[in-house]
Design a protein. Structure first.
Length: 666
């Protein structure tokens, strides 16, 4: 089999092992996606499992789509791929909640609140405009949820957590009153359901008989508990394959925990551990530096990467005078390198620890007229015009969604002013009902005149008609009618200048076109699509110019690879990052240092051919130039010889002359 499928021996062992739980320690560039997709194919082709009984859980929609594409290339029939559950943890949560909503006290048409909606709810509760404080409270509640800590079990350790703990039960109750869930609920509610309802747990265990978990090291407490609840039971042998790399665990700040690697070893005594150490991406020079660096961390499992790609070029480390010089000289070197080696812009990535480092590099790239793509930019769904359209869809799905009601009825305005909405809100509060329901109550005439009520009832009747038709009529047709009915295009042109309005309208058309095609492809109606629309990253599915330099944080770069990587700002305080104002105990600081080392390891292993590292002797902070020290991580890489990239700055005339020289026929 290995010869036919091109698998090496450990990969083949991981694919064929079906005697119980399996942990595949897949080092960077070792072919983990290849192993997962080949294992799915093996499960189906061997006749051991039907496609409908297999679930492959990922952390991004892009990863799930990549698996499905590879399964097609492996000869798996599209009908089988369609039956397969290949999705994110949160998408699986949506499926479970949609089917079991009534058991949790929800109607099937519940709303999924995004982070912005939840921030608004907390802001109203806190009566504060301090966004940093509100986001801090939101983060505390999110971490408690992902750690499966109930509101009555919280033990606050600082002032922020005291405020968060006070609001936590009220926040949960408010979401329930809205018949809504937040992103974290998509994990914790299925866990609660499986813990308390054995019949439902048995039903889903029978449906999903084999689990494959991608990026296992990124799982949090709730995700691990969901895995256990789906795979274990009385007299039942756990059947799953978890694929991950403890050396790439870099998401502790959002609840992921390395403890899950210890738990899986302790909870499953018959666990089979298979390391994948052959790297198919990088030269051995790069891998040796990565191995030496990560060797300074304590190891749960021993693993060393190697490759058949030769030693390759030396890693270049350069000290820059300051951050301006770093940006100018790195971009100049990238430009020279591209001309000398006849490469593409997409072969290059500039990676950094923090988002604020990107600005000065954007400026330098623009000055050189080099196209670039910035990761971590504004999500397509965060654009105001998309949120406007989505508010109508959310209200159509769940008329208890007061936030969607307010946004939809006021964008564009339908003759409903702020005074009218305030009176409606007071009436709804007294009757303990949603704003939508309040519009139709006869007692509202004591608060508002018939002239004020009429446009609201027309609006609500329009939403009811849309909701009635949404389950059976084509998605594209309904969206086309929605855009025309609400006069959204004229609204944009009356509120923004022509260029901005045209761009916003095009975004709306793109969104509706995408949603219509997705409905047709996935055979879903508008109700079903709306319930999952907040979980889908449009940025992952929209076409982009591929020939661009990638600017990315190290976190966003995980899972990607580039021929040439510039790893910038490798200094103490930046990488490893350290907040000088924070005072933590030694154990916490050590854990953070180890995670920062893993982040550096991720950066190193993104490079295929060459790695260029830079650091600054001085860096501007709060308008002051401060002295910097080279990061300890560079010494920990164990480089025998440190090469420096050329830093001579050319004049525009010299640069142009050199370009002509390089392009001249030999």
């Amino acid at each position: 089999m290995s010869d036919v499928l091109g698998l090496n021996a450990p990969q083949q062992e991981a694919v064929e092992y079906l005697d119980g739980p399996c942990l595949v320690l897949a080092g960077a560039g070792s072919g983990k996606t290849r192993v997962i997709t080949h294992k799915i194919a093996y499960l189906i082709n061997s006749g051991r499992y039907l496609a409908k009984n297999i679930a492959a859980l990922t952390f991004t929609n892009k990863a799930a789509q990549e698996m499905q594409k590879r399964l097609v290339s492996l000869g798996i029939e599209k009908s089988s791929i369609k039956q397969l559950t290949a999705c994110t943890f949160h998408s699986l949560g949506v499926q479970i909640l949609r089917e079991e909503a009534m058991r949790l006290g929800f109607k099937a048409r519940f709303s999924i609140m995004d982070a912005g909606d939840c921030l608004t709810i907390l802001q109203d509760m806190l009566s504060s405009t301090d966004k940093g404080f509100i986001k801090g409270v939101q983060s505390c509640i999110s971490l408690w949820k992902n750690n499966l800590i109930a509101p009555d079990a919280v033990s606050p350790s600082n002032e922020l957590e005291v405020d968060a703990a006070r609001l936590y039960p009220l926040y949960v109750a408010t979401l329930k009153a809205y018949q809504a869930v937040d992103f974290d609920d998509l994990l914790i509610l299925p866990v609660h359901l499986f813990r308390t309802d054995q019949a439902v747990r048995d039903k889903w265990q029978s449906r999903l008989r084999y689990l494959l978990i991608d990026e296992y090291q990124d799982t949090n407490v709730a995700q691990y508990e969901l895995i256990k609840l789906l795979t274990t039971g009385l007299g039942k042998k756990a059947m799953f394959s978890a694929v991950g790399d403890d050396d790439q665990a870099i998401y502790a700040w959002r609840g992921a925990t390395l403890d899950n690697l210890e738990k899986i070893r302790d909870d499953f005594a018959d666990l089979k551990v298979i390391p994948l150490e052959q790297n198919y991406r990088s030269t051995n020079t790069i891998l040796q530096a990565a191995n030496t660096l990560i060797g300074h961390n304590p190891k749960l499992f021993d693993k060393k990467l190697w490759s058949n790609l030769g030693m390759g070029e030396a890693i270049e480390v350069t000290a820059m005078d300051d951050d301006n010089a770093e940006a100018e000289q790195v971009v100049a070197h990238l430009s020279r390198h591209k001309f000398e080696h006849r490469t593409e812009f997409s072969d290059y990535a500039i990676l950094y620890r923090s988002n604020h480092q990107a600005r000065i590099f954007e400026e330098a790239l623009r000055n050189e007229r080099i196209p670039y793509k910035l990761s971590g930019g504004q999500s397509f769904f965060d654009r105001a015009e998309i949120r406007d359209i989505v508010s109508y869809l959310r209200l159509m799905v769940n008329d208890n969604d007061d936030l969607a009601f307010i946004r939809a009825i006021t964008t564009p305005r339908r003759g409903v002013g702020q005074t009218t909405l305030e009176a409606l809100g007071e009436f709804a509060r007294q009757w303990q009902c949603s704003l939508f329901e309040a519009v139709f109550k006869s007692g509202l005439t004591a608060y508002l005149s018939a002239r004020q009520i009429e446009p609201m009832r027309v609006f609500c009747e329009f939403i009811n008609q849309l909701s009635f038709r949404a389950e059976k009529e084509p998605v594209a047709q309904l969206l086309d009618e929605l855009r025309k009915e609400i006069d959204y295009e004229p609204y944009l042109y009356s509120h923004f200048d022509e260029v901005v309005a045209r761009n916003k309208w095009q975004n709306v058309l793109d969104f509706c076109d995408w949603l219509g095609k997705k409905g047709e492809r996935d055979e879903k109606n508008l109700i079903q699509l709306t319930q999952v629309v907040m979980l889908v990253s449009m940025l992952e599915e929209r076409d982009a110019d591929p020939n661009m330099v990638q600017l990315s944080t190290l976190h966003a770069a995980k899972g990607l690879e580039y021929r040439y990587v510039f790893l910038i700002g490798v200094e103490e305080g930046l990488l490893p990052y350290q907040n000088k104002d924070e005072k933590e105990d030694a154990q916490v600081l050590q854990a953070r240092l180890e995670e920062e080392r893993r982040l550096m390891y991720v950066g190193i292993t993104r490079a295929r051919n060459n790695l260029f590292i830079s650091w600054c002797r001085r860096r501007k902070r709060a308008r002051q130039n401060e002295a910097c020290e080279i990061s300890r991580f560079i010494a920990e890489m164990g480089l025998e010889k440190i090469e420096s990239l050329p830093v001579a700055k050319l004049s525009p005339q010299e640069h142009l002359a050199r370009m002509r020289e390089m392009l001249a026929p030999k």
